[in-house]
Design a protein around this ligand. Structure first.
Ligand code: SAM
Ligand code: DTB
Ligand code: SF4
Length: 350
């Protein structure tokens, strides 16, 4: 059944999961910084080993010429960003990138395509990629745009672990960023993905000119889904020349830390990923995000079309902070199993 945009409601029946109201989320985001961080750390430590970080690597399997008009995106055909249209990558190139990512220590391989939605033929090709990447012992995630129910079933049957589909911002601000689809379209795809038993990766982008209330409303939408997403990417806008959002006033970095902390408190068992934007963040800002409860990153020198923080810098920061990569949860663990896990094999600088 399609989900609908959540009305604010803070009633909580005994024993049930809390429904977050926008006002309650806004109150969290507005706490004195130390109080917010303290709460987030308590929640983080109750659910995770705070010194382990899940490590995913991204690959753009189909770049550019997307018919959507997302105001932040380098890949929209409607923005002149200098990106050309590329074809779907062949399977052997995807496999080579996945095995390099595994050798570098990634445990999940995330494949992104610049589609509004995949065709059934596209899905057959992506299903072959999922099966091959899984054969390397990596968890798999894909982000392909909107899906129908049967398409979600097809991905589940191929053995996919996670589907990424971001809500990006609040329902109210969404139309200022994207006009070619609705918030409800996003929720409908998420409902199909959850219905077939795929794990959900869904989050948003900060620094698009949204207000703190918009960030609160985004977190409410995510936390109030039928089940909270297993993975919550918090992206900082990567400003790409030629996109409508290029030149947006930068967000106060403490708002990023606050949003990570609130996400941790509102979705205690979810991995919160400090996603795009790390290449321009200081080590100290990233450390604050880890302290606020971020426990996942994209690792590797590239995101989809823009540079990521360099792997050497990430490894050095892990070493300086005493962090270690989390081992893969693959083959699948039983539901409800604790998220604490052994470190993965990854070579740290000496
Ligand atoms: N086309 C698919 C879709 O939109 O769902 C999948 C690919 S799309 C590039 C994946 C996500 O990347 C978007 O939902 C958005 O949240 C994020 N993203 C894209 N461009 C970004 C940018 N410049 N800065 C930060 N995040 C970005
Ligand atoms: C997500 O939340 N962020 C990733 C991934 N999911 C697909 C994408 C970030 C893209 C950043 C801009 C680029 O490299 O094109
Ligand atoms: Fe297309 Fe996805 Fe970029 Fe939007 S975010 S323009 S749907 S690739």
């Amino acid at each position: 059944m399609p989900l609908s945009i959540q009305a604010p409601d803070s009633d909580q029946a005994p024993g049930s999961r809390r429904t977050w109201s926008v006002a309650a989320a806004q109150d969290l985001l507005s706490l004195p910084f130390s109080d917010l961080m303290y709460q987030a750390q308590q929640v983080h430590r109750a659910h995770f080993d705070p010194n382990r970080v899940q490590v995913s690597t991204l690959l753009s399997i189909k770049t550019g010429a997307c018919p959507e008009d997302c105001g932040y995106c380098s890949q929209s055909a409607r923005h002149d960003t200098g990106l050309g249209r590329e074809r779907l990558l062949p399977l052997d190139e995807v496999l080579a990138a996945a095995s390099a990512a595994r050798d570098q220590g990634a445990t999940r391989f995330c494949m992104g395509a610049a589609w509004r939605n995949p065709t059934d033929r596209n899905l057959d090709q992506v299903a072959a990629m999922i099966e091959a990447v899984q054969g390397l012992g990596l968890e798999t995630c894909v982000t392909l745009g909107m899906l129908t129910g049967p398409q979600a079933e097809r991905l589940k049957a191929a053995g996919l672990d996670y589907y990424n589909h971001n809500l990006d911002t609040s329902p109210e601000f969404y139309g200022s960023v994207i006009t070619t689809r609705t918030y409800q379209d996003r929720l409908d795809t998420l409902a199909e993905v959850q219905r077939v038993g795929l794990k959900v990766c869904s989050g948003g982008i900060l620094g698009m000119g949204e207000s703190r209330r918009d960030r609160a409303a985004l977190l409410c939408q995510l936390a109030n889904l039928a089940e909270p997403p297993e993975s919550v990417p918090i992206n900082m806008l990567v400003q790409v020349e030629g996109t409508p959002l290029y030149g947006t006033a930068p967000l106060d970095p403490f708002e990023l830390v606050r949003t990570v902390a609130a996400a941790r408190i509102m979705m205690p068992a979810s991995h919160v990923r400090l996603s795009a934007g790390r290449s321009t963040m200081s080590d100290e800002l990233q450390a604050l995000c880890y302290l606020a409860g971020a426990n996942s990153i994209f690792y590797g020198d590239r995101l989809l079309t823009t540079p990521n923080a360099e792997t050497d810098r990430d490894l050095a920061l892990f070493e300086r902070l005493g962090l270690a990569p989390e081992a893969a949860h693959h083959p699948r663990e039983a539901p409800g199993v604790c998220h604490r896990s052994e470190p993965a094999a990854i070579s740290l600088p000496s």
